[in-house]
Design a protein around this ligand. Structure first.
Ligand SMILES: *[C@@H]1O[C@H](CO)[C@@H](O)[C@H](O)[C@H]1NC(C)=O
Ligand SMILES: *[C@@H]1O[C@H](CO)[C@@H](O)[C@H](O)[C@H]1NC(C)=O
Ligand SMILES: *[C@@H]1O[C@H](CO)[C@@H](O)[C@H](O)[C@H]1NC(C)=O
Length: 272
């Protein structure tokens, strides 16, 4: 017990740079809007190359595409529905969502957070690229405050590429398919068109692709605590670090409690 031995050493510092990715929550300070639900969805054709990126589909309204459908978010687009073309798709698909951001929130910081997008994602807000992310294993977020139109509808576009290679996790490869028609009682059948690509995984599960977890628009005060790091060791010394988004005119209060909820130490830190 540090308070009994009297050897409690407290070190603290205030960092301005480091960040961490917290799970979203609603409390008296922060809130979020869920962007889950039906998103507009457009699939690129087989062997589409990078047709969407090349033609800047991010500047277009995917809603106006004749072949646009809707896709639930979160879900694996290739594991829903009955279309084998969508199930076997390799390459890009595009998602779009329109979101009204009220004028009321114009002083809040707006952060777009994705729980998981598999595999490679490029994110655009109001047609402008805001971030890209590799891999569906971890969440990612991007501050879009400067791109948001307050009191107006905002267009969020996400291009997702599920092509696996020797440098992805898991690793995969893809084969170019030769037209390989089979003659079944006079009917000429072929599963894939000539030159289509087919994924060859070196793993024993399905390559679930798309926006696999929830998406939120997180609203937080512009000045906020970004990180708290506490290191306590057996000598009774105790190090804590907090990171704030800005050091301008802020004051950080740190209270330490014992097991009976009594305050054993109290700090007010005024960064210099
Ligand atoms: C969907 O429509 C776009 C725009 O007309 C087109 O470029 C794209 O090839 C179409 N997708 C498929 C799978 O045909
Ligand atoms: C995206 O998919 C295409 C296949 O349609 C592939 O050629 C390309 O390398 C992929 N790009 C990235 C960045 O994963
Ligand atoms: C397909 O098989 C049928 C016999 O089942 C045969 O009469 C026909 O010539 C074959 N067609 C081709 C293109 O090989």
């Amino acid at each position: 017990m540090p308070s009994q031995t009297g050897s409690l050493t407290l070190l603290f510092s205030l960092l301005a740079s480091s960040t961490c990715l917290l799970h979203v929550q609603r409390n008296e300070i922060r809130t979020f809007d869920s962007l889950d639900g039906l998103w507009t969805f457009v699939k690129e054709p087989y062997n589409g190359g990078d047709i969407g990126i090349d033609n800047q589909w991010n500047t277009k309204d995917l809603d106006t595409f004749k072949n646009a459908t809707v896709m639930p978010v979160p879900c694996a687009y290739n594991d829903i529905g009955a279309s084998s073309e969508l199930r076997d798709h390799i390459g890009w698909v595009w998602y779009e969502k329109k979101e009204m951001v009220p004028l009321r929130d114009r002083n809040m910081r707006h952060v777009l957070r994705f729980g998981s997008v598999n595999y490679f994602a490029v994110v655009f807000v109001n047609s402008e690229k805001v971030t890209s992310h590799i891999g569906g294993h971890l969440p990612f977020e991007v501050d879009i405050s400067s791109k948001v139109k307050f009191g107006a509808e905002n267009k969020i576009t996400v291009a997702v590429n599920n092509t696996l290679s020797w440098s992805t996790i898991p690793q995969g490869d893809f084969n170019y398919q030769k037209l390989n028609p089979r003659n079944i009682s006079g009917r000429i059948l072929s599963r894939l068109p000539d030159g289509a690509v087919k994924n060859v995984g070196n793993f024993d599960f399905f390559n679930y692709a798309g926006i696999l977890r929830s998406v939120q628009l997180v609203k937080i005060p512009s000045v906020h605590i970004q990180n708290i790091n506490i290191v306590a060791d057996h000598t009774g010394s105790f190090l804590f670090e907090t990171a704030a988004s800005s050091l301008d005119g802020i004051q950080v209060e740190v209270n330490m409690f014992d097991e009976d909820d009594n305050v054993v130490s109290f700090f007010k830190i005024f960064p210099v």
